[in-house]
Design a protein around this ligand. Structure first.
Ligand SMILES: Cc1cc2nc3c(=O)[nH]c(=O)nc-3n(C[C@H](O)[C@H](O)[C@H](O)COP(=O)(O)OP(=O)(O)OC[C@H]3O[C@@H](n4cnc5c(N)ncnc54)[C@H](O)[C@@H]3O)c2cc1C
Length: 380
């Protein structure tokens, strides 16, 4: 495998970095403190072509691989995770539509996501169905030419902002296989019976919207089924095989920021008449962070590259997801430690990074669930 980035990929990184460095720092603290976001920033990112780069050219995307999407995510998160998430999660679910949607569904949604006209999200988690997605109990019942949906979803990213929500529904509760009972259905959020409530008080990525959703007798056309009826679980796994790589890139970006801040601080800070950077314990922390970041990046590059070649390796993707996430949490922790008391205050960026990091070990597969997959790949 050749890890060398192409000239085009280098240019994408440079452009994403310049955009993020120019636009994010002045607003990051405000969005974090107020749990808010300015959608003009998302529109600007769309205008400049950073959103949905993996979408086919036929649907106005750049037609790049998922790898290029990851490169952008890494740069955005290296400047501010909350804003990076708010912007790039607006296409969350388009991967599934791209893989399994009908031509009409693709034509309706994908060009608008790229143009900054539409936001989407994907609602799988429920109050009583987290890691065990097969326990999802939101029902979709076929009545004539419509699906009638009832239930509730938890922690849906963009639940209050999205124009469309891709909802994981129980469509065949009697099927003997728990992996054949669910289907994805596209729900316009202005449909009567769709109600979202903002979840406040998140630890991190507070610029990103998160909602609880109630679906009460929501009626959508039968044609809004995405993929095949009863195949939702398998479609979800295929979807996660892409989106988990996005989380890896987020983790590497965040860890880079933690390292940069740490290097800056320990070089400036003096104790015992010497630079904190001169103490061996500090130097080793920096060495370990730099090494872990490099190892994590190589792991996700390999996994993302393979996915874009059509070589899906669940074990490798799961390895990359838990390793990158845990690495980022560790780096953020060390960064706060090296800042001493200053790292505990929100004026210092490392405090935000520390809070932003934790979600990486939770969403789109907790680190424990990723290790379940890896151990299955190794032990059978
Ligand atoms: C900010 C944020 C954004 C999110 N965005 C979305 C979104 O857009 N769409 C969506 O559908 N969901 C979203 N989620 C939900 C997220 O994916 C879930 O929180 C996650 O899957 C875990 O589910 P849970 O919280 O119910 O935890 P639980 O499933 O209750 O797990 C609790 C603990 O038990 C462990 N555990 C559970 N089962 C096992 C097992 N078999 N072996 C070992 N350990 C196990 C878990 O690893 C975890 O540590 C989001 C969550 C947050 C916080």
């Amino acid at each position: 495998m050749d890890f060398a980035l192409s000239r085009e990929q280098e240019d994408i990184i440079k452009a994403a970095r310049e955009f993020a460095q120019g636009e994010f720092p002045d607003r990051a603290q405000e969005f974090d403190r107020n749990e808010s976001f300015d959608l003009d920033l998302w529109r600007k990112a769309c205008e400049l072509g950073f959103v949905g780069v993996f979408i086919d050219e036929e649907f106005d995307g750049a037609g790049y691989g998922f790898f290029e999407h990851c490169l952008i995510a890494e740069e955005f998160w290296a400047v501010d995770p909350g804003i990076g998430q708010a912007i790039l999660s607006t296409t969350f679910g388009s991967e599934l539509i791209g893989l399994f949607g009908s031509e009409d569904q693709k034509g309706l949604i994908l060009p608008r996501l790229v143009a900054g006209e539409t936001i989407m999200g994907t609602a799988i988690t429920e109050p009583d169905a987290g890691c065990d997605v097969t326990a999802a109990a939101t029902t979709a019942v076929r009545e004539g030419d419509e699906w009638v949906i009832n239930g509730s979803k938890m922690f849906a990213t963009n639940g209050n902002l999205a124009h469309y929500m891709l909802v994981f529904c129980l469509t065949d509760p009697e099927n003997p296989s728990p992996h054949r009972r669910h289907s994805f259905i596209l729900v316009p959020t202005d449909a009567p019976g769709y109600q979202s409530t903002k979840i406040r008080g998140k630890m991190g990525i507070r610029a990103s919207d998160t909602a609880e959703i109630a679906l009460n007798q929501v009626r959508v056309p039968a044609l809004n089924l995405v993929g095949r009826e009863g195949d939702g679980f398998h479609e979800l796994m295929a979807f996660f095989n892409r989106t988990r790589l996005h989380i890896c890139a987020q983790a590497v970006g965040l860890a880079r920021a933690a390292l940069e801040e740490s290097v800056r601080h320990v070089r400036q800070r003096r104790q015992f008449g010497a630079s904190v950077a001169s103490f061996q314990v500090t130097r080793f922390k920096i060495a370990e962070m730099a090494t872990r970041i490099r190892a994590a990046r190589n792991l996700y590059y390999e996994a993302a590259w393979a996915v874009d070649q059509g070589k899906i390796d669940h074990g490798l993707i799961a390895m990359a997801k838990w390793y990158c996430a845990e690495m980022a949490v560790r780096c953020a922790d060390e960064a706060v430690q090296m800042h001493g008391g200053y790292g505990y205050i929100d004026e210092y960026r490392v405090q935000r990074l520390y809070r932003d990091a934790k979600i990486l070990e939770i969403y789109e597969g907790t680190k424990e669930m990723e290790k379940v997959i890896v151990s299955k790949a190794v032990l059978g």
